[in-house]
Write a protein that binds this ligand. Structure first.
Ligand SMILES: Nc1nc2c(c(=O)[nH]1)N[C@H]1C(S)=C(S)[C@@H](COP(=O)(O)O)O[C@H]1N2
Ligand SMILES: [Mo]
Length: 505
């Protein structure tokens, strides 16, 4: 029995918002089943990341850090809800907007989903469901003109029917979002593979220096920084996974997980840095990686003359350009499968990633790795180099003060200053500390695990009252001090000295 409608127009914006929420939630549920990255808000946010100008991305990473993605998706949702309110308000008198409004918004989501690098054949489905559900909710709850009276006053649902409908849409939305999350996560948890042992193992690293607030020498997996363009962590099953090596090679081949892990494995202690890290910033960590030498894989493929770069690709479509030299010399770049004795965590590239000692992550650390293509820089560019970042990305030697924290209030007397320093592929010889622009003084160094791994340092400072500025610099194994020349992260990494200002009571 059709519900009798009564005159009224004020619910337009509320219904518009409700229809938007219900539509997004329904799309999210379907996406959880067919393709999590195709959830409408996630897909739109994902394309915004790909299209955003480099300075915007840099700003987002430096101000929002790891929260940049939730903040972006949240922002997209807020904007869409505002548009939904507007559509609801206008559709009360312009009935065609009941389908045209959701159609335009869903079309944007559909385009975003099908143009995503990892979009599957069902990528359109969530946006289609969003359209259907959004339109249905608008049609059902919105005050509208009676069909037989196209010029008459819009009529609203009776209060009771409206409240019931609103509650149903709300509860349905919440259930759909929870269900969508559940389905999306169901596949992500499959990391319980057993790692083979390395043929060449390394002696365990010592604890290193232990000072309150100083970075541990080896970064625990759970605390390791994460930087990538993926809104959702790709979930890869080792059963379907393949690594192919192709392009300018004599014998292209591909490996299954079993085949890769049966090859000779080695362990390497390597510090990984993000080129977006500011001087003194957090995007650096040191881990023990287990993996297969890229040199062995490239030798087996037989690299042809003329190739100068390896373009590596991940399941999410991200690409990295690495000079062949760095993947074939004695630095032992790895296709890594283990991190600190565990399989790679999903966030850090499960089941396999590239680790290239001495290079920033964007030119050497492809996560969720699936392909190594031998090619030339002239022919192909990678994700970040297409966006203006430098083609070559050797890590700039630098150092960081971990304690005391900037603006800390401390008591006069003995204060422990401590931090980390790195000079990949050259080696850290010493660290020096300078107080208030005075003489450079030698810090005490923590243990050394080779030229590609960072070192901790500490310095005992006799602090007197007042405001003070602390600086540090690394001296590398060639005797060169860290440059004082300031540079921004773009286009090839930050440089300069960190200075920490603090007050001693
Ligand atoms: N697939 C994929 N791999 C990627 C990236 C990415 O966006 N996608 N980002 C790179 C960048 S810029 C860095 S600094 C490192 C960070 O690795 P981590 O998140 O394990 O610390 O991964 C690299 N590998
Ligand atoms: Mo990075």
């Amino acid at each position: 029995m059709p519900t009798e409608r009564t005159p009224g127009t004020s619910q337009g914006p509320v219904v518009g918002v409700l229809a938007t929420i219900t539509g997004l939630a329904a799309g999210h549920l379907i996406a959880g089943l067919v393709s999590p990255v195709s959830s409408p808000a996630v897909a739109v946010a994902g394309r915004m990341i790909d299209l955003a100008p480099t300075p915007v991305k840099e700003w987002a990473v430096s101000t929002l850090g790891t929260n940049d993605k939730p903040v972006l998706v949240g922002g997209v949702i807020v904007v869409v809800l505002a548009l939904g309110a507007l559509i609801g308000a206008l559709a009360v008198r312009r009935t065609w907007l009941v389908w045209a409004g959701p159609a335009v918004l869903s079309l944007i989501a559909a385009v975003a989903a099908v143009t995503a690098p990892s979009s599957g054949s069902l990528a359109l489905l969530p946006a289609a469901v969003t359209f259907g559900v959004g339109t249905a909710v608008l049609w059902w709850l919105l005050p509208r003109r009676p069909v037989d009276e196209p010029q008459g006053a819009p009529r609203a649902l009776p209060r009771r029917a409206f409240l019931t409908g609103t509650a149903a849409a709300g509860v349905g939305s919440a259930a759909a979002v929870i269900g969508g999350q559940w389905f999306a996560n169901r596949t992500t948890a499959a990391t319980d593979v057993v790692l083979p042992r390395a043929g060449e193992t390394l002696a365990p690293l010592s604890e290193g220096l232990s000072v309150d607030g100083l970075s541990p020498w080896t970064t625990p997996n759970a605390d390791f920084y994460r930087v990538d363009i993926s809104l959702l962590v790709p979930s890869v099953s080792v059963d379907d996974w393949r690594l192919s090596i192709d392009g300018l090679v004599d014998h292209p081949f591909s490996l299954t997980w079993q085949e890769l892990t049966a090859l000779p494995l080695i362990e390497r202690d390597v510090t990984l840095n993000c080129v977006s890290n500011e001087v003194g910033g957090p995007y650096i960590g040191g881990a023990r990686w287990l993996g297969v030498r890229t040199r062995d894989l490239l030798e087996r493929a037989g690299v042809q003359a003329g190739a100068d770069q390896v373009l590596s690709r991940s399941t999410d479509g991200f690409t990295v350009s690495t000079p062949i030299q760095a993947l074939t010399d004695d630095r032992d770049a790895l296709v890594a499968i283990g991190m600190n004795g565990r399989p790679l965590p999903a966030e850090h590239g499960f089941p396999a990633r590239l680790i290239t000692p001495g290079l920033y992550g964007y030119v050497g650390a492809t996560k969720w790795l699936t392909q190594l293509t031998l090619t030339t820089y002239a022919q192909q560019a990678s994700y970040w180099t297409q966006r203006g970042w430098a083609e070559q990305g050797p890590v700039k030697p630098s150092s960081r003060i971990d304690v005391p924290r900037p603006l800390a209030r401390i008591q006069p007397g003995e204060v422990i200053v401590a931090g980390v320093a790195w000079a990949q592929h050259i080696g850290v010889a010493r660290v020096q500390v300078r107080i208030d622009g005075g003489e450079w003084r030698e810090a005490t160094m923590g243990p050394d695990a080779g030229i590609d791994f960072w070192r901790q340092w500490k310095y005992v400072w006799q602090a007197d009252s007042g405001q003070h500025t602390l600086e540090c610099r690394v001296i590398d194994d060639n005797g060169s001090p860290q440059t004082e020349q300031r540079a921004t992260p773009f286009p090839d990494g930050a440089s300069g000295l960190q200075s920490v200002v603090l007050n001693v009571d």
